[in-house]
Design a protein around this ligand. Structure first.
Ligand code: HEC
Ligand code: HEC
Length: 197
């Protein structure tokens, strides 16, 4: 082989290798980023529920539940209390039962209480809420120490969460249905639980 020929053979091999590299790598990262974008979309759809006032009113950062679509502080100076069930003298259960009270209009559901401060969602951007809920997933447990399957069940089946879709007269229910919401949460987690920026 002449020198010229061997150089062009070398270039040909490199060129072909480069072409394979170029053809395959954008494809690979392309499908990965498509999956990630899809996962983010699942979270964004689910966040219409996570960030709805029916959920946020019990997931405040402060020491009082909030009320209404505008998240105003709970009337009657209702406080978080040491165990998130209200002050010793005025527990949530003094007024809130296990179901909505049709005559007084006081909402109710099993285990009515304020979510602990570690589960505060009010004021978080979608991305920050997403990262908070995700916890250590996929390397460890999700928010609140739940396994991914427990987290899916909690959102899709828990009765206290379910109250948000039957909140009683005069209150706007959360969007979708609890079942659809649980489905979105499952899809978000199974696609890798990617978060918006
Ligand atoms: C003294 C009675 C009383 C106590 C105690 C009380 N609540 Fe309420 N709560 C009410 C009433 C009445 C309403 C309905 C107000 C309305 O809709 O006009 C209400 C509404 C709410 C709402 C609003 C739901 C929404 O989305 O608008 C939340 C959340 C709430 N309470 C949480 C709690 C929590 C958590 C506790 C305990 C830490 C608690 N409440 C203690 C009487 C009470
Ligand atoms: C009446 C108050 C109340 C309402 C309304 C409420 N939550 Fe909660 N939430 C709680 C409490 C209390 C806990 C803590 C439960 C426990 O530790 O067992 C909690 C915990 C959670 C957790 C676990 C969070 C974590 O960081 O581990 C999720 C997820 C959750 N709620 C979802 C929702 C969704 C979604 C909605 C609305 C559709 C909602 N909640 C509405 C009181 C509420």
């Amino acid at each position: 082989m002449t020198l010229k020929k061997s150089i062009s053979a070398f270039l040909f091999v490199c060129g072909a290798g480069g072409a394979v590299f170029l053809a395959s790598s954008p494809n690979l990262s392309g499908s990965e980023s498509a999956r990630e974008a899809e996962s983010v979309r699942f979270f964004e759809q689910a966040s219409s529920v996570f960030q709805h006032p029916r959920c946020l009113n019990c997931h405040p950062g402060g020491d009082r539940p909030t009320q209404g679509m505008d998240l105003h502080e709970h009337t009657m100076n209702v406080q978080r209390g040491l165990q998130n069930h209200g002050a010793a003298a005025l527990q949530c259960s003094a007024c809130h039962g296990v179901e909505n009270n049709l005559s007084s209009g006081v909402p109710g559901a099993p285990k009515w209480a304020l979510a602990p401060k570690t589960m505060a969602w009010q004021g978080l951007s979608k991305g920050d809420l997403c990262r908070k809920l995700k916890g250590d997933f996929p390397n460890g447990r999700m928010a609140g120490g739940m396994s991914p399957e427990e987290f899916i069940r909690h959102n899709g089946e828990d009765a206290l969460v379910g109250w948000a879709w039957k909140p009683g007269k005069g209150r706007e229910p959360a969007p979708l249905t609890q079942k659809k919401f649980g489905g979105l949460v499952a899809k978000w987690i199974r696609s890798g639980a990617a978060c918006p920026p």
